[in-house]
Design a protein around this ligand. Structure first.
Ligand SMILES: *Cc1c(COP(=O)(O)O)cnc(C)c1O
Length: 434
C-alpha cells in the first residue's frame, strides 16, 4: 500500500515500526451506551439450550456450561509488587473441550449452525432437549455438511473438536505458526488439516476461497464473524456472576481493569463488548499484542482498521506468541473497539516466559506464552501512578477522566490458553523462563 504522510509522521507508528514496546491510551473511547453489535442474551440462551448436548458429549463439562474459573492470584501479586487492588486470573487457559478462549466463540458458532440446520429440517424446536442431537438420525444429517476454518491453532482446535462431535465434516487451514501437536490432535479427532507455509491471513484467505466453492460448506470467518463475536461476548455476564458470587461489586469506587491478549481481535473484542455491556464506564479493557504483530494497535492508532497490516510498515509479524501472530486486525472488531477499548500495549516476546514460569511457581497454573502478554498491562496501568502523564494525555479520552487504580480496584488478567499444551512443550517453555 502507498504510505500516506499521516502514517509516516505518526509518533506511535514510528514506535511500532521499530518494534518498540509502548502503551497507547485510546483517545476515542466514549461513554456508553455503545452501538448494538450482537444480542448477548440470545447467545446466552442458545448456549443454555445446548447444555444437555454438551454434557452428554463431554461429561467433563459441568452442567454442560463451558466456563472457566476466576481465580485470585495473591502470590503472583506479591511477586509483581505494586499492584493496586486485587489481582485475578480468568483461567480460559483451562476452559474445557479445547483449552483456550476459542472454546467460547468457536464452539458457539458451530452449535448455532447445527441448530439452524436441524430447525430448518423441521426435526428440532427450541423447546426440545438438545441431548437428542447426539442421536444417529441427527449425526447422519450433519455428516452431509462441512465446516471450514483458517487458524494459527487454537481456533482450529475448538472448531475441529466441536464439529467432529456434532458430526460435521471439518477442514482446518493452518498457518505456518501453528504448532505440530495441534495438527496431530485435530487429525486424531477426524478433522482434515491443510498446512500452509504462509501466515494466518493467507491460511484464512485460502480456506475462505475453498469454502466459497462449496454450498454445503460453512466457513467460520475469524476476521468477520458476528457469531464468533456473540459467543465470546457471553463471557461478560458470566464474569459478572462470578464476581457477584465472590461478593465483589464493581461501581465507580471499585473499578475493573481487564487485560486481554489480542490476535485478530475477535476473542478479546467480544469479551470486551460483553464486559462493557455489564459494567459500562466502570470497566477499563486493554489489549496486549506482541511487538512483532501489533495489528490491532496499528489499526486503531492510524484509524485505518483492517486497511493496514503490520507488513505495510515493514515489520515481520513473527512472534513466539502463536495465538497472536496476526498481521491485520478484524475490521469489524477494530471499528467496534474504537469507542470501547481503553488502550493497547505491545510486549516483547522475551518478556512472556518469565511470567509463564513465575505463574507456575507461585500459583501452580500453566498458561501458554500468548496468554502471558496480559501481565505487561499492569506495568502501565498500576506500576506508574501518573498514567495520564505517561500516556501524554490528560485523561480526556476517558469519560470523567481516567481513574488510576487504587486499593479498591479489581484487575483481571485474561489467561487465553495453555492447558492442552503437551507436557514436553510445557517443560521447554517453563525452562526458558527460569
Ligand atoms: C486466539 C487467541 C488469542 C486472541 O484472540 P483473537 O480472536 O485472535 O484476537 C489470544 N490468546 C490465545 C492463546 C489465543 O489462542
Amino acid at each position: 500500500m502507498q504510505m500516506n504522510y499521516e502514517i509516516k509522521g505518526n509518533r506511535e507508528v514510528v514506535k511500532i515500526a521499530k518494534y518498540q514496546e509502548f502503551f497507547w491510551e485510546n483517545p476515542h473511547v466514549k461513554a456508553g451506551p455503545w452501538e448494538n453489535v450482537v444480542d448477548i442474551d440470545e447467545a446466552e440462551a442458545r448456549l443454555l439450550r445446548f447444555a444437555p448436548f454438551i454434557e452428554k458429549m463431554f461429561p467433563e463439562v459441568k452442567d454442560g456450561i463451558i466456563e472457566s474459573e476466576l481465580r485470585e492470584i495473591p502470590n503472583m501479586k506479591e511477586v509483581l509488587g505494586n499492584v493496586k487492588g486485587r489481582l485475578f486470573l480468568k483461567a480460559d487457559s483451562h476452559l474445557p473441550i479445547s483449552g483456550s478462549i476459542k472454546a467460547r466463540g468457536g464452539i458457539y458458532e458451530v452449535l448455532k449452525l447445527a441448530e439452524r440446520i436441524a430447525i430448518d429440517r423441521g426435526i428440532l424446536i427450541e423447546e426440545d432437549d438438545y441431548s437428542k442431537l447426539a442421536d444417529e438420525e441427527y449425526r447422519k444429517l450433519f455428516s452431509q455438511y462441512k465446516v471450514a476454518v483458517g487458524s494459527t491453532g487454537n481456533l482450529g482446535l475448538s472448531i475441529g473438536i466441536i464439529s467432529a462431535a456434532i458430526g460435521f465434516q471439518v477442514t482446518v487451514h493452518m498457518s505456518a505458526d501453528a504448532r505440530q501437536w495441534k495438527k496431530d490432535l485435530l487429525r486424531s479427532k477426524g478433522a482434515k488439516v491443510v498446512e500452509y507455509l504462509e501466515d494466518y491471513e493467507a491460511a484464512v484467505a485460502k480456506g475462505r476461497a475453498e469454502a466459497a466453492m462449496d454450498p454445503q460448506c460453512h466457513f467460520v470467518d475469524d476476521e468477520n464473524s458476528l457469531d464468533l463475536f456473540a459467543g465470546y461476548s457471553v463471557a461478560g455476564k458470566r464474569l459478572k456472576k462470578q464476581l457477584d458470587d465472590e461478593g465483589i461489586v464493581i461501581d465507580d469506587k471499585h473499578k475493573l481493569y481487564v487485560y486481554l491478549p489480542c490476535g485478530v481481535g475477535g476473542a478479546p473484542g467480544g469479551v470486551t463488548y460483553g464486559i462493557k455491556e455489564c459494567f459500562g464506564n466502570n470497566a477499563y479493557c486493554y489489549f496486549a499484542e506482541p511487538t512483532h504483530a501489533p495489528c490491532m494497535t496499528l489499526g486503531l492508532v492510524t484509524g485505518l482498521h483492517n486497511k493496514i497490516s503490520v507488513g505495510d510498515i515493514g515489520i515481520d509479524g513473527k512472534t513466539e506468541a502463536d495465538g497472536l501472530a496476526v498481521g491485520r486486525p478484524s475490521g469489524l472488531v477494530s471499528k467496534v473497539m474504537e469507542e470501547m477499548l481503553s488502550g493497547c500495549f505491545t510486549v516483547d516476546d522475551a518478556r512472556l516466559y518469565p511470567y509463564l514460569t513465575r505463574l507456575k511457581d507461585e500459583e501452580g497454573i500453566f498458561i501458554e506464552p500468548s496468554a502471558c502478554a496480559a501481565f505487561e498491562g499492569l506495568k502501565y496501568v498500576c506500576w506508574k501512578t501518573k498514567l495520564p502523564k505517561i500516556c501524554g494525555t490528560t485523561g480526556i479520552g476517558h469519560v470523567g477522566g481516567f481513574d488510576a487504580p487504587d486499593r479498591n480496584s479489581i484487575h483481571i488478567l485474561w489467561a487465553t490458553g495453555g492447558s492442552m499444551v503437551p507436557d514436553e512443550e510445557k517443560k521447554v517453555y517453563y525452562e526458558r523462563g527460569l
